[in-house]
Design a protein. Structure first.
Length: 434
């Protein structure tokens, strides 16, 4: 049964991956057609074609390797300085440029001279290239909202899970009391497991972070605490202790290894699945975007640890980069967890949503061959032309993005090496969620 659930989870992720890729390419396709650019091909996947069908002037198909996709637009790069494809060159860098330029014109047909990508105004090219990643961002936001507002997420609540019998500094990393420890305010006040705190010092709240902040802000004070105990409201009184507790960041998350002196009541909060309202969902998503940006910026620094995990048997870090294989494996593990099926589905949707958010951010990097590289080229062309117009100089013409192809090959080579490293780590030392 566990194996079947694992396979089901992998299939669910694979379907989500294919939909995400197709959705991304649909953004490019729809805007390219909107601006009159001819698109000979729309493909999901790479490698041999499994299925294709031509409708109008575009061939739609699915390929064997579901690790990406593409649309083919004619005239992605402008002609050479002489208005034609340039002659072959013995220079390998010039050869790369000419090969890219040749590929951009190989499907040119009579009448296509005004339907090429490079002939469109820069702002239209920006829209075409941005539309793909933006579709991933939309899909991520929709999936996040479905989970947050429809299923809910697991988080700490104001319900008491257990009561500490004494005051212990959290930096001491122990849970047993000694004769030298002071009794905890929660135990002295008569707080019990199962109590739901509904009011603290006159402030009613049903959010754990708000309650935690109130407790931390009142060291040394005698405060009334109203709890819901088996349907009855009971008023307790506690003198909040001063203790060393874990530091929290601006988003309310615990900062590992850092501590502050603040108020301490002395109980553990129970976790539960809590639905978020729209405003809370927006704040949550904003935090996740910030974390994703930070993770992307920190990616180069994680390569040594990833190498050690892949080849030296080092422990794989929980926030280690994962590829498609690793994510599929996590998707399979989700469906083997001992949690309700609704939460399994919610976690699977979260995984696909996170994948789409990563696709958006990664593709927005201003590097060829990524979408962000083409966007940067179009913006640079617009800047050059507007500057020339303002200075009353001749129009410099289209920016020849093909000249950046040697850089694009280097970037692509780095991405391929990184992808292989992640793949090896995902196979021999995968990230596990259990």
């Amino acid at each position: 049964m566990t194996t079947l659930m694992m396979i089901l989870g992998i299939v669910v992720f694979a379907v989500g991956l294919l939909i995400s890729i197709a959705w991304h390419e649909l953004g490019h396709l729809s805007t390219a057609k909107l601006f009159g650019i001819r698109v000979p091909q729309y493909m999901v996947g790479f490698g041999p074609t499994l299925f294709s069908r031509t409708k109008g002037e575009t061939e739609y198909g699915i390929k064997a390797i579901p690790f990406g996709g593409y649309i083919r637009m004619i005239g992605m790069f402008p002609p050479g300085p002489d208005g034609r494809m340039e002659a072959r060159s013995t220079s390998p860098w010039r050869g790369m440029i000419e090969d890219a330029r040749s590929a951009a014109f190989e499907e040119l047909r009579p009448g296509d001279e005004t339907r090429m990508f490079y002939t469109r105004k820069p702002w239209k090219r920006v829209i075409v290239m941005f539309a793909g990643p933006f579709m991933n961002l939309i899909l991520a936001a929709v999936l996040f909202l479905i989970v947050l507002m429809g299923f809910g997420i697991s988080q700490q609540t104001t319900t008491v899970s257990s009561v500490s019998q004494c005051v212990i500094a959290q930096s001491e990393n122990r849970d047993k009391c000694t004769s030298a420890d002071r009794p905890s305010p929660a135990a002295a006040a008569g707080l019990k497991a199962g109590d739901k705190i509904v009011s603290f010092n006159g402030v009613r709240t049903d959010e754990w972070n708000e309650l935690s902040d109130l407790i931390r802000a009142n060291p040394g004070k005698d405060v009334p605490i109203v709890v819901d105990r088996k349907g009855q409201e009971v008023i307790l009184h506690a003198k909040i202790a001063t203790n060393q507790v874990a530091k929290k960041d601006a988003g309310g998350q615990i900062v590992q290894g850092e501590y502050v002196t603040a108020g301490f009541l002395g109980f553990s909060a129970a976790t539960g699945v809590v639905r978020q309202d729209f405003d809370e969902s927006l704040v949550w998503m904003g935090d996740r975007v910030g974390e994703a940006v930070d993770s992307l910026a920190a990616l180069p620094g994680k390569i040594p640890a990833l190498w050690n995990a892949a080849f030296d048997g080092a422990e794989r870090e929980p926030d280690s980069p994962m590829g498609v294989v690793g994510a599929a494996r996590v998707g399979g593990e989700i469906f083997t967890l001992d949690i309700p099926p609704t939460q399994q589905l919610a976690m699977a949707l979260m995984l696909v949503a996170g994948f789409n958010l990563s696709l958006f951010l990664f593709n927005m990097l201003p590097l060829l061959p990524l979408d962000g590289g083409h966007i940067a080229g179009a913006l640079w062309e617009s800047l050059r032309r507007n500057a020339a117009k303002a200075l009353r100089r001749p129009d410099p013409g289209p920016f020849d993005v093909a000249k950046l192809m040697p850089v694009a090959y280097v970037v692509a080579g780095i991405f391929i090496c990184f992808t292989i490293l992640v793949l090896i780590a995902d196979v021999v030392n995968p990230v596990r969620i259990s």
